[in-house]
Design a binder for this molecule. Sequence first.
Ligand SMILES: Cc1cc2nc3c(=O)[nH]c(=O)nc-3n(C[C@H](O)[C@H](O)[C@H](O)COP(=O)(O)OP(=O)(O)OC[C@H]3O[C@@H](n4cnc5c(N)ncnc54)[C@H](O)[C@@H]3O)c2cc1C
Length: 416
Amino acid sequence: MSTFDFDAVIIGAGAAGLFCAAQAGQRGLSVLLIDHAPKLAEKIRISGGGRCNFTNRDLDVRAPHKHFLGRNPQFCRSALSRFTPADFIALMERHGIAHHEKHKGQLFADRSAEDIIAMLQTECAAGQVTLWQPCRVESVEFSVKTPSSADVSSAGSYQIQSDKGLIRSRSLVIATGGLSIPKIGATDLGYRLAQQFGLPLVERSPGLVPLTFDGAAWQAYAGLAGLALPVEISTGSKKSRMAFLEDLLFTHRGLSGPAVLQISSYWQPGTPIAINLAPAVDLQAELLAAKNRSRKLIANELAQWLPARLADAWVQQDAAWQRPIAEASDKALIALAQRLSRWEITPTGTEGYKKAEVTLGGVDTQALSQQTMECKTQPGLFFIGEVVDITGWLGGYNFQWAWASAQACAQSLPKD
Ligand SMILES: Cc1cc2nc3c(=O)[nH]c(=O)nc-3n(C[C@H](O)[C@H](O)[C@H](O)COP(=O)(O)OP(=O)(O)OC[C@H]3O[C@@H](n4cnc5c(N)ncnc54)[C@H](O)[C@@H]3O)c2cc1C
């Protein structure tokens, strides 16, 4: 089989890999981009409901811990401040891709995520990037430069054995993403390569994922599947408490919607989550006031502030709530208000990687340079995007990390 030489090889042609390849290629490097999946950038295609929430205007580059998780969220500050949401928006505008803001700074393509994939392909073409897809990586080895070698510019080179031949390169960039949605190409290759080269990993788990509930207690809510409402959701206590004001969605197996996806990244198995089902009103005051003026059933009164289906299901939990509000005791109304304002339930688990949007954990940032994304102990080996232990909130933060880490790496890749 033939042998191929490139300045840089990038494994994984998703968001981070495509962007890194394009930038490095445009700097004049010969770049090979490899992906094993039959279709390009499937995760971009399915993201944001098909419109790709490609960045977020609210990102505070000086305080990444506000929107990013990981053992050291400050790690991403350098890359995020050198390639900002405004930089990606400018790129979209140069390509004439119309976009709009939906909610809390989230930016989406007007037409389709396909436009962003096409833009990244055009950028790769401008950098004369070679794309091999599908292409399977069989092994990766590193040869330390021999003392007799005339080449003093690098510490060694990578030999990547693939089903298309042997590739030699001074730099190897791992952009294989996380473990979510295995059916469109997610694998653990990035983590295995990290281990092969002695890098520490932070334990992985599904993030931005629906939570599941079962047992008798959940049966009362099982009939609410499909119902959505705005809530405040929280988990943890005191210093570790995290809360989000977002929409909640009841599903057949549990809870989903942006509120639950956000909190899932902070939820610790075995602990409860607390949900305020009517965060915009003082329910206790409203119910006690209604008692003096209304002849309606409690469920009908509640339907002013909650979806009627939820109000009906909720009052079934206690006979004291299944009567006209004028006949209810203050104690029963206060208990009802308190329970709706702090519904505490313990998930039995998550829907796992098949439904998760991201993977928490990954390559420990301690092992990487925050300026270049290169491994501190393994010259020429870089990790970018989701494979690294940096996870963003829902809302475009994960793509912004993919673009920014890719750019930081691309700017530092050496040219022969
Ligand atoms: C349903 C869904 C919706 C999402 N929506 C959004 C959103 O709107 N906004 C947002 O910011 N984030 C969103 N995300 C998260 C976002 O898609 C990821 O964080 C982002 O794609 C990570 O980029 P990446 O390049 O690191 O990894 P990926 O984009 O996952 O790319 C990794 C690439 O590596 C390839 N690969 C994996 N293993 C191998 C191997 N062994 N050999 C060769 N190639 C390999 C894969 O085929 C893939 O092409 C969403 C995720 C999902 C699942």
